[in-house]
Design a protein around this ligand. Structure first.
Ligand SMILES: C[S@@+](CC[C@H](N)C(=O)[O-])C[C@H]1O[C@@H](n2cnc3c(N)ncnc32)[C@H](O)[C@@H]1O
Length: 199
């Protein structure tokens, strides 16, 4: 089972959303690559909903969530948006109360429908080097690239570059550095995190 949790690496997600919204015109397309069971995807969604409000989020945000699925139920969990109490224990109460409700399944809580409805899940292996779509404004790929060989990492980040709009944002975890071969393609927009803008 993939290790992940709600609000993991929240500083990176906050920074990525901040720089995304600086260039915000209307619609934003996001790719959460290596999303596991959706905790990261719904964290990104909640951060955006907090900034944009109900209609701003509902009318403007599309999030592609993809994973190669180490376990066959990743997609089912993400699409249902249902999590056990221990999965959501870390979430601050005001955010929990605003975005989760009790589910028909005993002991489970369900993410708000309007949040879930803007998420498209697709089973996808990044090493195919085929993007799930194009013209993304933000791609987040955290705690995934470290599993790849250095040459695979370069190819996958280049695929992200090709799938972003000019000025689009790419964010990864703090310990992941931009390969020198690709450094000329991006500017690092924040000294505080691994957040890059496509030149
Ligand atoms: C440690 S989890 C990270 C989850 C989330 N991104 C986070 O930061 O909490 C790593 C995820 O990467 C996925 N993964 C690993 N190799 C992949 C590949 N080649 N293509 C797509 N997903 C992959 C795994 O299935 C797993 O869900």
């Amino acid at each position: 089972m993939a290790f992940t949790y709600f609000f993991r690496d929240i500083q990176i997600i906050d920074l990525a959303v901040k720089y995304l919204l600086e260039g915000f015109k209307s619609k934003v397309r996001i790719w959460d690559a290596g999303c596991a069971m959706g905790q990261e995807t719904y964290t990104i969604a909640i951060v955006l909903a907090e900034k944009l409000g109900y209609f701003g989020y509902k009318n403007n945000v599309t999030i592609y969530a993809t994973d190669r699925e180490e376990s066959p139920d990743f997609g089912d969990i993400l699409k249902a948006g249902e999590y056990k109490k221990e999965d959501i224990d870390r979430i601050d109460k005001p955010i929990f109360d605003k975005y989760f409700k009790t589910s028909d399944r005993v002991g489970y809580y369900k993410i708000a429908d309007y949040i879930r409805e803007r998420v498209i899940y697709q089973k996808h292996d990044l090493l195919t080097l085929e993007p799930v779509a194009r013209d993304f404004n933000l791609i987040i790929c955290k705690n995934v690239l470290l599993h790849f060989q250095p040459d695979e990492r370069v190819k996958v980040i280049k695929m992200f570059y090709d799938s972003l709009v000019t000025g689009g944002i790419f964010a990864t975890e703090q310990t992941q550095k931009m390969p020198p071969e690709l450094a000329h393609l991006f500017e690092q927009v924040s000294g505080e995190g691994q957040v890059f803008r496509k030149k």
